[in-house]
Design a protein around this ligand. Structure first.
Ligand code: FE2
Length: 259
């Protein structure tokens, strides 16, 4: 396992967050407009200040009660407020003063995946990214059916919208233990993949697929509302919570980057 050597703290400037740049890594390399971090300056007891990069806990794009009655405020308070927050806190402790300190979150994920020989920060880093992506995969009043080109691609690549829903539900239900199910865009086609633990499409196939939608199937995502009934949670997610607006925006960004 490769050690992460400590180096001097970065003084990188912050970049504003945007949906497209943060969700899709640059195909030109890993130094593009990733937006999930910023620097802050800590006042030292001596009066001097030291720049410290800090991965931030980003809130969901709706209030914690915003997905009720389908996903409870209680679930969001624990899932975002405890679990997601812990990934952020733990990653910041792991990377402070290392060569990862100040890098974009996506670059930390790829570096620490280390071609499958995971470095310690990987799980926390990937879980932060996955949860940001998950919160934005849902919206109040979501669900239903997409339209336009997205629907046409779904029907082209899965036969019908109902077939797509069936395959997505099966992937989410059959991911053994903790993990994620994804709709992704790869080689101009829509595909469904499932990943264990914190693994995500950013580290699969060396950046040749673009995630469009995800569902968290870790038990902490549904246990408070559904106990062990994962299939019921999955059905509710696709019928009442999916933000097809987000999927559409991600598809447009993916097509632009793939061109
Ligand atoms: Fe989660």
């Amino acid at each position: 396992m490769v050690a992460v050597a400590p180096v001097a703290s970065t003084t990188s400037t912050s970049k504003p967050y945007s949906l497209t740049c943060a969700l899709f890594p640059s195909r030109q390399g890993l130094s593009g407009n990733f937006g999930s971090f910023r620097t802050r300056r800590l006042k030292m007891s001596s009066g001097a200040s030291k720049a410290v990069a800090k991965i931030e806990l980003r809130p969901p794009p709706y209030p914690l009660h915003g997905l009720e009655p389908h996903m409870s405020k209680n679930t969001l308070e624990f899932h975002w407020g405890k679990h997601h927050r812990a990934y952020v806190d733990n990653l910041n402790k792991q990377i402070v003063g290392t060569e990862l300190d100040g890098l974009p979150l996506e670059e930390i994920i790829v570096r620490t995946y280390n071609k499958g020989d995971l470095l310690p920060p990987f799980n926390n880093a990937a879980q932060i990214w996955n949860h940001d992506f998950f919160w934005e995969s849902m919206k109040p009043g979501g669900g239903g059916k997409p339209s336009g080109e997205l629907l046409q691609l779904i029907e082209r690549d899965f036969g019908s919208f109902d077939s797509f829903i069936g395959e997505f539900k099966t992937a989410a239900a059959t991911q053994f233990g903790s993990g994620w199910a994804w709709l992704a865009f790869k080689d101009s086609k829509l595909i469904i993949v499932k990943t264990p633990n914190a693994v995500n499409p950013l580290v699969l196939d060396s950046y040749v697929s673009f995630p469009l939608l995800t569902i968290d199937v870790w038990e902490h995502a549904y246990y408070l509302d559904f106990q062990n009934r994962r299939p019921d949670y999955i059905s509710l997610f696709v019928e009442k919570l999916v933000s097809w607006d987000s999927v559409n925006a991600r598809l447009e960004a993916a097509k632009a980057q793939a061109a």
